[in-house]
Design a protein around this ligand. Structure first.
Ligand code: TPP
Ligand code: MG
Length: 551
């Protein structure tokens, strides 16, 4: 049987090293996905296309590999748009294989402007232009996704995909290695001068630092300059275990972070955009503090706030160059590091902060629920968090081993992406227990993927902060005197929903009910677990009030 273009595309991707593909199959993407699966990639079937794209997104974030997803033309693609937008805003290298109507099928029901749709949300539109170019088109699309760190949608017109692939279609060729961008020596000297004049420097690592693997040189830079360390929310876990780490800078900052970050007189952002969340609308940056931004992309510099000095360069290469420059200049500045401060940092996290437990026997305090989960779950864990009022509790109260252990699909601030994020992360890191921390609203929005979690038999805990409401809206509008019954719902039994899809399910109304979670961890009668935590709806997160004020 002659090879079709669709088959050739699937085989090409397998040859390029694709090991997992997430998708939902229809007639338009069946052959290509099957060829990819026969070529050696495991196929993960989602139940909704935005789930497929979000799984591929999280998989890419956690594994560092290209995320690949596959959808049917028309509605298959429109269903994927929220996940695609998240990936675009978060600059995830992702290849979405999307069938498309033939150029000549003007009256097809499926016909829409697919290029216009995906470019409108920040993704790149690529296309199989014809049988002769299809393999090259595929290689180019995959490479663009990785080099530009963007979701690329490869449109596969049905007539092109069904055509016979010409014999002797060019085999994919290996791409040259791209070396990290080195900083200009003048820029390095400028930052070293600023460090010499600083007595309270702070290093903030963002996703760029994670991608560059810059922990070691940044810690060394901290040692030489006496800097304290922090991360943006997406880079949570980057400095895990370092005694000078304040954890997340921003809305989820710890009490000690909130106290110390504004006292920094020099802030060095490495691969962190310094957006309104990382700076708490600017409040976390002291009035007279100097700001340095290091980024591989020139247009990221100063995009969110003015900066005093800029370095265009890879976070790891720049940190190393700074370490070399400070070493060359000699001396070792203690900065604001002291034994007393280290002791305060060690006790200054949310897990040590006192609070009045609002549990009433019927409902558990969301902080207590988070602390109990942190205590019970193994340290080797991946934490994926959905959006909503509850979303601060998991990163504030639960530890993660490293940035790959934290998946925060919040570039688009959509609710409903947390569960699929957890599934993609669990596929990427089956060695770790994965936790999907979700609200009742976000979980109900993504409920189709609960079946996926159950069917795949993933080692996954779905922790539902269930206030039977769109709590974020209740807490936003209630205090302004608005009636909020439109965003309050009857309670849902999520434990029963978990059992319905083959997972274990427990209901938690107080800390003592967490015994059932401990029992499951010890001897899981089913691979996955849904924990329906009926949380006290009146405990309002301080960070959310602050965020509303900021708007
Ligand atoms: C797709 C989408 N729809 C609506 C919103 C607005 N929104 C933000 S938070 C939220 C409530 C989420 O409820 P839930 O998941 O139960 O979390 P909670 O706020 O109750 O903790 C809503 C509707 C959004 N961000 N994304
Ligand atoms: Mg809720």
């Amino acid at each position: 049987m002659p090879t079709s273009v669709a088959q050739a595309v699937g085989e090409t991707l397998a040859e390029l090293g694709v090991r997992h593909v997430f998708g939902l199959l229809g007639s338009g993407n069946f052959v290509v996905t099957n060829a990819l699966a026969r070529g050696g990639a495991a196929f993960v079937a989602s139940r909704h296309e935005t789930g497929a794209v979000t799984m591929a997104d999280a998989y890419a974030r956690v594994s560092g590999r290209l995320g690949v997803a596959s959808v049917h033309q028309g509605p298959g693609l429109t269903n994927s748009v929220t996940g695609l937008t998240e990936a675009a805003k978060s600059r995830t290298p992702l290849l979405l294989l999307a069938a498309d109507t033939a150029a000549s099928a003007l009256r097809s029901n499926f016909r829409i402007d697919q290029d216009g749709l995906v470019t409108a949300v920040g993704a790149v539109a690529e296309r199989l232009h014809g049988p002769a170019s299809a393999v090259a088109d595929t290689v180019r699309a995959a490479r663009r996704a990785q080099v530009e760190r963007r979701p690329v949608v490869l449109m596969m017109p049905l007539d092109v995909a069904a055509a016979t692939s010409p014999d002797g279609a060019p085999a994919p060729v290996g791409a040259p290695v791209l070396r990290p961008v080195q900083p200009a020596p003048e820029a390095v000297a400028e930052v070293a001068d600023l460090l010499a004049r600083s007595s309270r420097p702070l290093i903030v690592a963002g996703r760029g630092a994670v991608l560059a693997g810059a922990r070691e040189p940044l810690e060394k830079l901290g040692d030489l300059s006496g800097a304290l360390l922090a991360t943006s929310a997406v880079a949570n876990g980057f400095f895990a275990g370092d005694q000078w780490s304040l954890g997340i800078s921003g809305g989820f900052a710890s009490p000690i972070g909130l106290e110390l970050i504004p006292q920094a007189d020099l802030l060095l952002a490495f691969g962190a955009s310094l957006n309104m969340w990382t700076t708490r609308h600017g409040h976390l940056i002291g009035g007279s503090a100097k700001v340095v931004q290091v980024d591989v992309e020139a247009d990221a510099i100063g995009a969110h706030r003015p900066v005093d000095a800029a370095v265009v360069g890879d976070a790891d290469a720049t940190a190393r160059a700074l370490v070399a420059e400070l070493s060359r200049r000699g001396g070792h500045h203690p900065g604001w590091r002291s034994a007393e401060l280290a002791a305060r940092i060690a006790r200054g996290g949310w897990r040590d902060a006192a609070y009045e437990d609002a549990g009433d026997g019927e409902r558990i305090d969301p902080r207590t629920f988070s602390l109990e989960l942190d205590r019970l779950l193994p340290a080797e864990r991946t934490l994926a968090v959905d959006s909503g009022h509850f979303m601060g509790y998991p990163p504030m109260y639960m530890r993660v081993p490293d940035p790959a252990g934290f998946v925060f699909t919040q570039g688009f601030q959509s609710i409903g992406l947390g569960l699929a994020s957890a599934i993609g992360a669990a596929v990427a890191r089956p060695d770790r227990l994965t936790v999907a921390a979700v609200g009742d609203g976000g979980l109900l929005m993504s409920l189709p993927e609960l079946e996926t979690a159950g069917r795949l038999g993933l080692r996954l805990v779905v922790a539902v902060y269930n206030d039977a409401a769109y709590g974020a809206e209740v807490h936003h509008f209630g205090p302004q005197g608005h009636p909020v019954d439109l965003v309050q719902f009857p309670d849902t039994d999520f434990a029963a929903l978990g059992r319905a899809v083959g997972m274990a399910g427990v209901t938690v109304r107080g800390a003592e009910d967490m015994q059932a979670v401990a029992a499951w961890l010890e001897k899981p009668e089913r691979p996955g677990l849904v924990v329906d935590a009926k949380v006290v709806p009146t405990v309002v997160a301080e960070w959310l009030e602050e965020a509303f004020r900021g708007h």
